[in-house]
Design a protein around this ligand. Structure first.
Ligand code: PEP
Ligand code: MG
Length: 889
């Protein structure tokens, strides 16, 4: 015979499919001997049987419910509907997955005109009894009889007014009796029947209502959104009531087994004396801290803290517990794993290892790498009040306060004067880099999570909000307007890059906490992980930060960023627009010592760890002024000052800009193609690298340069660039009388390179997968255009599961990475492989890189801790899978 009903002691925590999450949990707590109000669960299969029988409760289910009820009555020594000693129950839905779209709870079921009298006598508290009865009528009418609560609320309000009361506690037992009469009238009017007086009838009506709620509109929508299958059905929990509002020896509360904000091992929560659950939520009275329960009810407190400890030991996880005290007796109503901040998550995981509750591997899996971001940036004090002006995409975490500026040059000026500024632009381009460097944070009204501003800001660990469309930015008028509010140049704003919120004025901040527990957890991660973690760092400061956060090297140094630094751009421009070799070489000679200085700083910061330096990658026009702006300036000068030198200069610049103009710069003259056309630039860069290496060698320091050629698509490109590097290195070796240890490798960011990786690996010591470009070239999307125009809608309409520039597309781009690794190792078994696109700092992509056998991931310095943890998790998960797959013979 099919079993449709389980008493709490018959189930356990593993029976979620049959008993639903709540039912399984109640059974589990009962099984381990906790004081749970007794009851039974009607299974999800009964729900399906209900639908199969045309929405009627099958006889077998009904019989089993009645049997379980008898059992419950015997156990409680009370009977449903008994006027002398009535049993009251709660009825709750409970599906396998928690579903907020489903039926609300019904409390106090079993109350009627007779039992209410019994309850009044038993509790010696008629006011409590009649109040409970009217609550029941209202709840039952709303949830089961589908009569809008509004009618009941209105009647209650009228009564209060008539009597001159301002709040419910002022109503006496007699007042409640009057209200109950009115409530019953409402029910009669709406259903043409009397309020059901037979408690068994009440119970079956309630069970029907729970089953029906599985298919109400809210639940259907919720299931669709959360991909919960329709066939699962819901269970129904029937549980005896306990009352926290039976006097001053009763109460109700909620507590965490550890502090969810800091992780400290202490009971953390609050309770209300003489109250029911909804009173705590309603916030009518201020609850007391759980610590005062110790003096108010010492025995209950003692029992509760022991129970809390037990629950934690049992679930091996911090718990969030609901409890009720009925006349000095403690009952546990619910327990679940508690939500917590990043700081608390780390502290709890580490403490639990020390306490022997979990092992290190479990601890490492307990912290979500994404949460770590909260800890590595200054952030707004949670206690401070926020008045939000507008909200955009939370593109780079952290918080900042500063004066609004609308232009990169102004940002630089004010920043150099020691002012704190926030750069607000419709969007940013590589031309704005000096302004970004000088700003505390960046805000743009356009662009997505991987727009230029977002990527650069994350790289620099600066807060950034992108795509904040509510901002109307008038760069000319130096104003930004949001609705009625106008923010002028120089006004103070605060932004929170973790939430995307922009606020007026200055809001108090707190410093990042790199607690000893955090460091300890990361050291455990390092012991577990089998994939290296490096950082993308373009200057000595970033390299130092990366080293401090535990990076094992630099995986990508984008040398073009060195060209953008203050004072260098004019020299770079001179190099580009030079009309003869002499002019060009002059500019190049000027750039060389600057690059060399940067390399020295980075090598020094990395203390002998490998540093991958990528030779120049972006198209040269990125270093020149905007064509249209230049055209306007030239035209103006032609009219106002046609003989001026300035005009001649600008015309020359314009000619060059036009000459370099491309239909599709992403696919144009960039990467190694630049090195092929202008070998003198790469040569200068290579010289700078080896001069820097020689300088450090002089100081007795170790250096480990890895020279990387970008955007290779054909073996011959790499062959040619490799020769150039080797020849240049040899010249510096001869010049300095030193021998350098170095390697030469390539980025794999063009599908053809991945597909011909066996050929390419013959000329490469390492591959670094540039998954930013590889994603662009594999999908055929230009990132900025895609993010600005259609990617968002693709994600919303589920054409794409997520943004492939943020989360590696394992099916497509990932297949090219796998192919590249496999083919490359075929011809070069010692080939080193890594990833340096944005994905190197994203947890699911890191997991993929580990499974694909890459040697390291490289990400922005501020993501290094996240990557160390994610890399450890990838290893542990893989081990667990292997254990599961292993079946002993
Ligand atoms: C890449 O393409 O993944 C990469 C790291 O290079 P960039 O983002 O500088 O093009
Ligand atoms: Mg690239």
């Amino acid at each position: 015979m099919e079993k449709y009903v389980y008493l709490f002691h018959e189930g356990n925590g593993n029976m979620r499919d049959l008993l639903g999450g709540k039912g399984a949990n109640l059974a589990e707590m009962t099984r381990i001997g906790l004081p749970v109000p007794y009851g039974f669960t009607i299974t999800t299969e009964a729900c399906n049987a209900y639908y199969e029988s045309n929405k009627s409760i099958p006889a077998l289910v009904e019989m089993q419910v009645l049997e379980a009820l008898t059992h419950l009555e015997e156990k409680m020594g009370k009977k449903l509907g008994d006027p002398e000693n009535p049993l009251l129950v709660s009825v709750r839905s409970g599906s396998v997955f928690s579903m907020p779209g489903m039926m609300d709870t019904i409390l106090n079921l079993g109350m009627n005109d007779e039992t209410v009298v019994g309850m009044a006598k038993l509790t010696n508290n008629p006011r409590f009894a009649y109040d409970s009865y009217r609550r029941f009528i209202q709840m039952f009418s709303d949830v089961v009889l589908e009569i809008d609560s509004y009618y009941f609320e209105q009647l209650l309000e009228e009564t209060r007014e008539q009597k001159g009361y301002t709040s419910d506690p002022e109503l006496t037992a007699e007042d409640w009796q009057e209200v109950i009469k009115g409530y019953k009238e409402i029910v009669r009017k709406h259903t043409r029947k009397d309020f059901p007086q037979d408690p068994k009838n009440q119970l079956f009506l309630a069970i029907n209502a729970v089953f029906n709620s599985w298919n109400n509109q809210r639940a259907i929508v919720y299931r669709r959104l959360n991909k919960i299958p329709d066939h699962l059905g819901t269970a129904v929990n029937v549980q005896s009531m306990v009352f926290g509002n039976m006097g001053n020896d009763s109460g109700t509360g909620v507590a965490f087994t550890r502090n969810p904000s800091t992780g400290e091992p202490e009971l953390y929560g609050e309770y209300l004396i003489n109250a029911q659950g909804e009173d705590v939520v309603a916030g009518i009275r201020t609850p007391q801290a759980i610590s005062t329960l110790k003096s108010e009810m010492p025995e209950v407190y003692q029992q509760f803290s022991e129970t809390a400890k037990r629950l934690e030991q049992h679930y091996k996880e911090m718990q969030d517990i609901e409890f009720t005290v009925e006349r000095g007796k403690l009952f546990i109503l619910q327990t679940r794993s508690g939500k917590r901040t990043a700081q608390a998550a780390i502290r709890i995981a580490v403490d639990m290892v020390k306490e022997g509750i979990i092992d290190r591997k479990q601890a490492l899996l307990r912290v979500d790498p994404d949460q770590l971001n909260q800890l590595l940036h200054r952030r707004i004090d949670e206690k401070a009040e926020r008045k939000i002006l507008a909200k955009g995409l939370p593109a780079s975490p952290g918080a900042a306060t500063g004066q609004v500026v609308f232009d990169a040059d102004e940002a630089e000026q004010l920043g150099n004067d020691g002012k704190k500024v926030i750069l607000v632009r419709p969007e940013t381009t590589p031309d704005d880099i000096h302004g970004i460097v000088a700003s505390q944070a960046i805000v743009t009204s356009r662009g997505g999570m991987t727009s230029h501003a977002a990527v650069v800001a994350r790289g620099m660990g600066k807060a950034c909000i992108c795509g904040c469309e509510a901002l109307k930015i008038d760069v000319k008028a130096k104003q930004l307007i949001v609705g009625e509010t106008v923010v002028n140049y120089g006004d103070m704003i605060t932004i929170d890059g973790s939430t995307g919120e922009i606020m007026l004025g200055e809001i108090p901040m707190i410093d990042p906490e790199l607690s000893p527990e955090f460091q300890l957890l990361l050291s455990w991660a390092d012991q577990e992980r089998k994939i290296g973690v490096r950082a993308n760092a373009d200057n000595p400061e970033d390299a130092r930060k990366a080293f401090e956060f535990g990076a094992g090297g630099v995986g990508l140094c984008r040398t073009e960023h060195m060209f953008m630094e203050q004072g260098r751009l004019p020299i770079v421009q001179k190099m580009i627009i030079a009309e003869n070799d002499e002019e060009r070489m002059e500019a190049i000679e000027q750039l060389l010592p600057m690059q060399q200085g940067d390399f020295e700083g980075i090598f020094e910061a990395m203390q002998g760890y490998p540093v991958t330096i990528r030779l120049l990658d972006p198209p040269l026009h990125e270093f020149l002024p905007d064509k249209e702006e230049l055209l306007v300036e030239v035209t103006k000068l032609q009219i106002l000052d046609p003989q001026s030198d300035e005009l001649k200069q600008k015309e020359k610049l314009l000619r060059k800009v036009r000459q370099l103009d491309e239909f599709n710069p992403m696919l144009g003259l960039r990467g190694c193609r630049l090195g092929m056309v202008h070998p003198e630039i790469y040569e200068m860069q290579v010289k700078a690298i080896f001069y820097a290496a020689a300088k450090l060698a002089e100081k007795g320091m170790e250096v480990n340069p890895e020279i990387m050629i970008p955007l290779v698509g054909h073996i011959n490109e790499l062959k040619s660039m490799r020769e150039l590097v080797i020849e240049t290195a040899q010249r510096v070796e001869e010049e300095t009388g030193r021998n350098f240890k170095y390697t030469i490798g390539t980025m794999i960011e063009i599908p053809r390179a991945a597909l011909t990786a066996d050929q390419i690996a013959e000329e490469a010591d390492f591959f670094s997968f540039g998954t930013n470009d590889l994603t662009q070239t594999t999908f055929g999307y230009s990132r900025d255009d895609a993010e600005g125009k259609f990617l968002q809608s693709y994600i919303e309409t589920k054409v794409l599961p997520q943004n492939p520039f943020a989360v590696l597309d394992q099916d497509g781009v990932g297949k090219l990475v796998e192919t590249g690794v496999k083919l490359g190792r075929k011809t070069n078994p010692t080939l080193k492989t890594g990833i340096c696109g944005e994905h190197g700092g994203e947890k699911s992509s890191i997991d993929f890189c580990y499974r694909t056998g890459l040697d390291y991931v490289s990400c922005s310095p501020y993501r290094v801790p996240l990557a160390r943890l994610a890399a450890a998790q990838a290893t542990i998960r893989q081990e667990q899978k292997k254990c599961e797959a292993y079946t002993p013979v």
